[in-house]
Write a protein that binds this ligand. Structure first.
Ligand code: ADP
Length: 318
């Protein structure tokens, strides 16, 4: 357990996952409801590991919104930062894996409640209590939530929080790839900790050979820690003083959804009480091993939230 509060900001939604794979959306015989949204997954990952966790975001005042708020609460995430929009509906995503292996997405965001969050309705008192303020990118796509996002980051930073960013690119949601790149890079330099996947690194740099030089082309002087997650190949880390890679755990993966969120949640849940770990390579490597374990376990079960591990489960992999 830890004392410092981690506030995760952004979207929470329901993924509708077909009960049969290898068919198009229109052919799906039925769907299972899987709660998700990267920042909400991180909030639950932190709470499941025994950390103090809050989620700030807006849901629809509908059946799905109340279901999601209930899931956060059940999992020990503080709900003071959750708002309900009277008019708009909760965001929904329909995800299918077609027979050609491509993922097909359809989003209900028309606009969804999360996109209508305004800066004036943010719970600033809660945000000021954050020791770490974590966010993604979907809240940058349109106004008014883009301004709310930027305001919340500033309030958290001014109150002394570490800022943690996982771009979690969902390209089909953006008007264009160029706009996605521009918006992501416009807030990049404000973050202390950034975690990207290898695919995101490729997208942001335009390079397909992902060596250290490419990763470090995204380094900026205000940054404390840059992490590149490599799926079943583990992760790489970069600080101002050192860089390296940490091997993965070998597991039988059945669904990789949420692995990156588990990784981030694990990392933040430890850094929140002792930031000095970032400056000590031996301790940082040990922490990244723990984060890799949490990511690996999440891939061994279906869905994101049900698969997020407790500390005991993660340590059993060591
Ligand atoms: P994201 O979900 O953001 O794309 P990754 O898929 O890279 O992130 O996963 C995050 C971390 O979870 C990885 O760095 C790795 O440690 C672990 N992980 C992910 N997939 C696997 C896998 N198939 N086997 C073992 N570990 C995995």
């Amino acid at each position: 357990t830890s004392d410092g509060l981690i506030v995760s900001f952004g979207e929470m939604l329901i993924d509708f996952v077909p009960t049969m794979s290898g068919v198009s959306l229109a052919e799906a015989p039925g769907f299972l409801k899987a709660p998700g949204g990267a920042p909400a997954n991180v909030a639950i990952a932190v709470a499941r590991l025994g950390g103090r966790s809050a989620f700030v975001g807006k849901l629809g005042d509908d059946e799905f919104g109340h279901m999601l708020a209930g899931i956060l609460k059940e999992n020990g995430v503080t709900s003071e930062g959750i708002l309900f929009d009277k008019g708009a509906r909760t965001a929904l995503a329909f995800v299918t894996l077609r027979s050609d292996g491509e993922r097909e997405f359809m989003f209900y965001r028309n606009p969804s409640a999360d996109m209508l969050l305004t800066d004036s309705e943010l719970n600033l008192e809660l945000i000021r209590k954050a020791k770490i303020f974590h966010y993604g990118s979907i809240s940058l796509i349109t106004e008014p939530c883009r301004s709310a996002h930027i305001h919340a980051m500033k309030v958290a930073k001014d109150a002394g929080a570490l800022l943690s960013y996982d771009p979690n690119l969902r390209l089909p949601l953006w008007p264009s790839a160029q706009e996605a790149r521009e918006q992501i890079m416009s807030i990049w330099e404000k973050a202390d900790i950034v975690k990207v996947s290898d695919n995101e690194l490729e997208f942001l740099t335009g390079c397909d050979t992902l060596d250290d030089e490419v990763a470090l082309s995204l380094w900026h002087p205000g940054m404390k820690l840059l992490l590149v997650t490599l799926g079943e190949k583990g992760c790489k880390y970069y600080t101002k003083d050192f860089k390296g890679a940490v091997d993965p755990f070998i597991v039988k993966a059945v669904d990789t959804t949420g692995a990156g969120d588990a990784f981030v949640g694990a990392l933040l849940s430890k850094i929140v009480d002792d930031q000095s770990v970032i400056e000590d390579e031996i301790r940082l490597r040990e922490l990244l091993k723990f984060a890799n374990a949490c990511g690996a376990i999440t891939t061994t079960k279906k869905g994101a939230i049900p698969a997020l591990p407790t500390e005991l489960e993660a340590l059993k992999l060591f």
